[in-house]
Design a protein around this ligand. Structure first.
Ligand SMILES: Nc1ncnc2c1ncn2[C@@H]1O[C@H](COP(=O)(O)OP(=O)(O)O)[C@@H](O)[C@H]1O
Ligand SMILES: [Mg+2]
Length: 177
């Protein structure tokens, strides 16, 4: 495990959280600030057909986790990636140096998902996911506790602050020697 991370010259960051918490907005701003590569897993799954069809109940693609991991292995080994996805338990633990869980106030999140045109059912599922801190629990269960960080993402100021904090962290990161 340590040996794998030793090879990387740049860190890999996972940005996770309930849909609507700002993963894509934060990841793309962070990618611009750090020149790391933003990988939006949802987009990748669609582009490369890394799914097993459409889930009618949850109104989303049924992601094929093995195909996604195979697709990303080489690039993750290289380092310098920001991975953006609303799940985190199926990636190899060794891939990431930092796991960020974005969190948003329920009423703020409701408005964002509503604006996105999600059905009431899909909104309820996601709000419930946020209330029960599903992604934070999943991150803590899947990665070493000291690399998992929860960040608030209610306002534009939160995004600026989170990007600044993470940019500092990236600049200070050094490959293990
Ligand atoms: N911290 C924030 N403050 C204000 N608006 C935000 C914030 N985070 C996200 N948004 C807005 O909410 C919507 C969803 O953000 P997005 O980054 O697509 O979330 P995710 O990728 O987690 O689903 C976008 O319209 C975005 O501009
Ligand atoms: Mg997104």
């Amino acid at each position: 495990m340590a040996q794998d991370s030793n090879k990387r010259k740049k860190p890999n960051i996972l940005i996770t959280g309930t849909p609507g918490t700002g993963k894509t907005t934060t990841s793309s701003a962070l990618a611009e600030a750090t020149q790391l590569r933003h990988i939006n897993i949802g987009d990748l799954v669609k582009e490369k057909n890394l799914h097993d069809g459409w889930d009618e109940e949850f109104d989303c693609h049924i992601i094929n986790e093995d195909l996604v991991c195979d697709e990303l292995e080489d690039i993750m080994e290289e380092g310098g990636n920001i991975v953006d996805y609303h799940g985190c338990d199926f990636f190899p633990q060794r891939w990431f140096d930092r796991v960020v869980v974005l969190q948003t106030d329920n009423s703020v999140l409701y408005d964002r998902l509503n604006k996105r045109g999600y059905s009431q059912n899909k909104i309820s599922n996601n709000i419930e996911c946020e209330i029960f801190q599903v992604l934070l629990e999943e991150a803590k269960e899947s990665y070493a506790e000291d690399i998992v960080v929860a960040l608030r993402s209610d306002s534009i100021e939160d995004i600026s602050r989170n990007v600044a904090t993470l940019t500092d962290w990236v600049r200070g990161w050094q490959p293990a020697s």
